[in-house]
Design a protein around this ligand. Structure first.
Ligand code: ADP
Length: 482
């Protein structure tokens, strides 16, 4: 199929398998959330046959890729990182049009972090030393062995960053990769395939297949040739993938949703906390780590709320390409309808909609920043992930009560705490349930630190050597000396 253009960026609508572009007879549409009438392209819709081709290519390419030294593999990863840096603006533009993330934040933060993922792993794999020891006349080693083809399934929010975050450790560890991006934001993965091709990865080492989760996605994760599955997405899908992984006894990681707290103590810098709370509306709240439950000590609640509204008033809804915009369109009509459903049910439940609670312009995909004071902690809008610009507001009297509220959902991805006390930072930081807890800050995450969730927020950790461990099998080799 011909490439199509998004702005000046040329994009292949096809899969990338075994070093070649492969098309499927069927296609699916990708549209721009900023203008739903704008059809960006018709993308090849993969099926079981596509999954079979891709996994066979990844299986065939595996032995030679696994046999390279970490340093040799690292050279490919560095070349790919160079190409990402060179093509930063094109990737950012395509992703911005595809899923409406702010162009500037893609250019300045998310795409460069994508390059950094490959650089970090290029060097981390090299640094890894196997363990060696002698005992009772034997020479012992722990050897890290590449596991095989890895299937990587990514969600529609932050697709480029998340694809690189997951593919880099797999490739560095010596695994081959089949990446399936989400059907709502397929473009940047196609660009990544172009760059991998240009970086000279041997055919079959890095493959991209496009299509629906229930079709090609399901075929990929159910196939015994997939030796690792790394998934980011929703809980229901994690359950389906988990069953497929169990069937084949294949390790999988799942990074799922969250309902993280933004817990503010009276001793905190109230202004900084209120500003950060209003910042949870960035990317229209389509961020798994967002601190969507604001929980504030009662004595400062009024002042906090006043400042929160002042900062929220500063949000500008508009086109993601415009530098002044801070909140853009939501990904898809189905998704904004889901968000509306949460707010409508909250209203019907007797929760108080303090601000927002409606689309910015009828029929379009912008949703107003919304604050809800729930009738009770059991309200659906407190307990369920909305994945939109919808925050809840609750208060507490004692530290114990605040922490109990913070820990009262089935999730545990992250948490944000604001306090002026170092002791409290240490104490509460340990008590708040989450794979990552930020105190007096948010999102400043070292890419080599472990990341993942507790409870229904997921299984396993990625990042740094934790992901390299996931992507390899360990062998203890013991040789009797003499
Ligand atoms: P979200 O709610 O964020 O869209 P999903 O879990 O539906 O989350 O989707 C995340 C990713 O999982 C997407 O790439 C989607 O295509 C994929 N997916 C959905 N269902 C399956 C499945 N049964 N098997 C494999 N992948 C799937």
């Amino acid at each position: 199929r011909d490439r199509f253009s998004v702005g000046d960026v040329q994009i292949s609508p096809d899969h990338y398998i075994g070093g070649k572009r492969v098309s499927s007879p069927e296609t699916f549409e990708t549209r721009s959330p900023m203008d739903w009438d704008l059809l960006l392209g018709n993308i090849s819709r993969g099926d079981a046959k596509t999954a079979d081709l891709a996994l066979q290519a990844a299986t065939d390419a595996f032995p030679a890729w696994a046999a390279l030294s970490p340093k040799e593999r690292g050279a490919y990863l560095h070349r790919l990182a160079d190409l990402i840096e060179e093509n930063k603006d094109a990737i950012a533009y395509a992703e911005c049009m595809d899923m409406a993330m702010l162009l500037e934040s893609l250019q300045l933060r998310l795409v460069p972090r994508g390059a950094l993922n490959f650089r970090n792993y290029a060097d981390l794999a090299i640094e890894h030393e196997e363990r060696v020891w002698d005992s009772k006349g034997t020479h012992n080693r722990v050897i890290r062995m590449p596991a095989g083809p890895a299937v990587i399934i990514t969600p529609w929010n932050a697709p480029f960053m998340l694809s690189t975050w997951k593919c880099a450790p797999a490739l560095a560890a010596g695994n081959t990769v089949v990446l399936k991006p989400a059907e709502w934001s397929p473009l940047s993965a196609s660009l990544l395939a172009d760059m991998a091709d240009k970086a000279g990865f041997p055919p079959g080492v890095f493959n991209v297949v496009q299509g629906y989760g229930a079709e090609v996605g399901n075929a990929l994760v159910s196939d015994p040739r997939a030796k690792r599955i790394s998934f980011t997405g929703s809980v229901p899908t994690a359950r389906v993938i988990g069953k497929a992984a169990a069937e084949n006894v294949v390790p999988f990681t799942a990074e799922l949703g969250g309902k993280s707290c933004l817990l503010v103590f009276a001793d905190a810098d109230i202004d900084a906390a209120a500003k950060k709370a209003a910042g949870q509306f960035d990317d229209s709240g389509q961020v798994c780590m967002a601190g969507t439950r604001i929980i504030v000590e009662e004595s400062i609640a009024e002042e906090f709320e006043r400042r929160f509204h002042e900062y929220t008033d500063k949000h500008a809804m508009g086109d993601s390409r415009d530098k002044a915009t801070t909140m853009s369109a939501m990904i898809h009509p189905i998704h904004i309808a889901r968000v509306e459903g949460f707010v409508d049910r909250a209203r019907a439940n007797g929760d108080t909609i303090v601000r927002g609670g409606k689309r910015h312009i009828d029929g379009k995909l912008w949703y107003e920043p919304t604050l809800i004071k729930p009738k009770s902690n059991q309200s659906e809008v407190v307990q369920s992930e909305v994945f939109g610009p919808v925050l809840t507001f609750q208060t507490f009297k004692t530290e114990e009560e605040g922490v109990a509220l913070a820990n009262s959902t089935v999730y545990g991805l992250s948490g944000i705490v604001y306090t002026g006390s170092r002791e409290r930072a240490e104490r509460v930081g340990r008590m708040v349930r989450g794979g990552t807890v930020w105190v007096n800050t948010f999102l400043v995450r070292d890419l080599t630190a472990p990341f993942g969730g507790i409870g229904l927020s997921g299984l396993g950790r990625e990042g740094g050597h934790y992901a390299l461990e996931f992507h390899s099998d360990l062998k203890t080799l013991q040789i009797l000396e003499g």
